[in-house]
Structures are given as C-alpha cells and as structure tokens.
Design a protein around this ligand. Structure first.
Ligand code: NAD
Length: 257
C-alpha cells in the first residue's frame, strides 16, 4: 500500500500520537506536514529527520490550533491536503463548578473547533483532486465520560458528531471522514498526569498505571502510537473506501465494558 503523491497534514504532531501517525503515513509513502504552535529549530529538525528516514517530503508549519485563522492558514500554507489528521489536543481536569472558563474555551477551541476550520479549508482541494481522507483523533472519551473532564468529554463527543456530519456531506464523493478513538496511550499528555495521580492516590508509578489509568482498559496495556498510526494508514487504504462517518476504537476493550 502506497500513499506516494499524497500530502498529509497532521495537526499537533511534534510529539505523541500526532507524530506517531505522521511517521506511519510517511512510512506508507505520504509527504507529511507536521504542526504545532511553537516554531523552534527542533520542530523543523524533526520534520527534516522524518523526511530523510522515509524518503518523503516533510515540512513543519507553525500554526496555533486555538485560533481559527491559523487553522485555515495551515491548510493554505501546505499548498494541498489529501489526508487531514485533526489530532491537536489538550486536557484539563477539574470539577464542573470549578472548571476555569479559559480552560474550557481552550479545550473546546483546540480539540474541536480547530477541526471545523481545517476541514472547511481542506475540503475544496480534496474535491478538486477527487480524493480525500479526514481522520479525527477523538478518544474513548468521545464515546463515554469520566468525571472532572467536562470540556474534554464535550469536545471529543463533539468531534465524533462533526465526523458524522462531514461524512454525510461527502458521502457521494471519494472522500471519507472517520474518528479514531484511542484509550490510554502513553504519550507526554498522559505521562504528565502520572505524578498528580500518584499524589492523589498515594500510589507508586506502576500501581497508578495499572489500577488508575488502565482501570477501564481491560487489556491492561497502553495502546501505542504505532498502532494508531497503523489505523490511520488503514483508513487511507482502498479497503476503507466504504468506511465513513464512524469511529474506530483502539482502546484495549474500554468501550466494550
Ligand atoms: P501530546 O501532548 O503528546 O500531543 C498533543 C499535540 O498537540 C502536541 O504536538 C502539542 O504540541 C499539540 N498542541 C497542543 N496545543 C496546540 C495548539 N494550540 N496548536 C497546535 N498544536 C497544539 O498528547 P497526545 O496524547 O499525543 O494527544 C494527541 C491527541 O490524542 C489529542 O487530541 C488527545 O486528546 C488524543 N488522545 C490521547 C490519548 C492518550 O492516552 N494519550 C487518548 C485518547 C485521545
């Protein structure tokens, strides 16, 4: 399976799942555009190294996914987008009545509204070129809830709804829109939650991982960024041509419970 000649834009891809997906799409032959809100030499070096490793064109374009104009400018600057992976995301944990308004706004903007802007900007080009794949990185929290994650759960349920709507609007075209719903994946976003959880529960690292983080993940294993990348590559393959408007869980059984 080759994605040679296709350009993939992956938002929030200088680390974690986004980078993992970018690597697997590049391995499959796609040219890739990495993105985050920073503009450091190491961001550009990351893209250069990825391009060299897989023999594809790879660029890093700075754009802040909390800003609608930046989201649209990213698609414009890439000069073409065949595969759009809306992955950028942040988390904030607090009880609803104490949830800081600025955190609510940021989570909704980055995790949900950014995908509205990038998708709106990318669709005309996909239609003109006659092929497109929109892959939204949602979460098990796009299908189920947890306490204290109101903004995240709302945004992830929202992006599942957005995915379905985009799929219906493109159903007669060779464009698909799907959401990948990961369970817990050990990335910087999750790693950063471990010390807090250790304090809250008075547990060591391994115990927190098994009893708290993977409590709802029956496999008792984290999903990997390579598995998520492989799922994205599958969604770009001809086998997935009729898969649209749905969710694919990569969650070790979480949503089967
Ligand atoms: P991460 O923190 O490693 O990566 C998040 C990425 O988003 C980073 O590249 C970061 O720079 C980028 N980002 C943050 N704010 C941004 C902004 N304003 N503009 C542009 N980029 C921005 O986290 P991750 O775990 O790899 O998360 C990636 C996605 O996967 C998120 O949407 C997250 O909700 C989702 N997810 C993660 C898990 C998990 O267990 N790690 C589970 C389910 C879903």
């Amino acid at each position: 399976m080759t994605l040679k000649g296709k350009t993939a834009i992956i938002t929030g891809s200088n680390s974690g799942i986004g980078l993992g997906i970018a690597r697997e799409l590049a391995r499959a032959g796609a040219d890739v555009v990495l993105n985050s809100f920073t503009d450091r030499p190491e961001d550009h070096a990351l893209a250069q190294a990825l391009g060299a490793e897989f023999g594809v064109a790879a660029r890093y374009i700075r754009a802040d996914m909390s800003k609608g104009a930046d989201c649209r400018a990213l698609i414009e600057a890439a000069g073409g987008c065949d595969i759009l992976v809306n992955n950028a995301g942040i988390q904030h944990v607090a009880p609803l009545d104490q949830f800081p308004v600025d955190k609510w706004d940021a989570v909704i903007a980055i995790n949900l509204t950014s995908a509205f802007h990038t998708t709106a900007a990318a669709l005309p080009g996909m239609r003109a070129r006659g092929w497109g794949r929109i892959i939204n990185v949602a979460s098990a929290h796009g299908l189920t809830a947890s306490p204290y994650k109101a903004a995240y759960v709302a945004a992830k349920h929202g992006i599942v709804g957005l995915t379905k709507t985009v799929a219906l609007e493109t159903a007669r075209e060779p464009i698909t829109a799907n959401a990948i719903c990961p369970g817990y994946v050990l990335t910087p976003l999750v790693e950063a939650q471990i010390p807090d959880q250790m304090k809250t529960h008075g547990m060591g690292r391994d115990e927190v991982i098994e009893k708290v983080m993977l409590d709802r993940q029956p496999s008792k294993q984290f999903a990997t960024v390579e598995q998520l990348g492989g799922t994205a590559v599958f969604l770009c393959s001809p086998a997935a041509d009729q898969i649209t408007g749905t969710t694919i869980s990569v969650d070790g059984g979480w949503t089967a419970l």
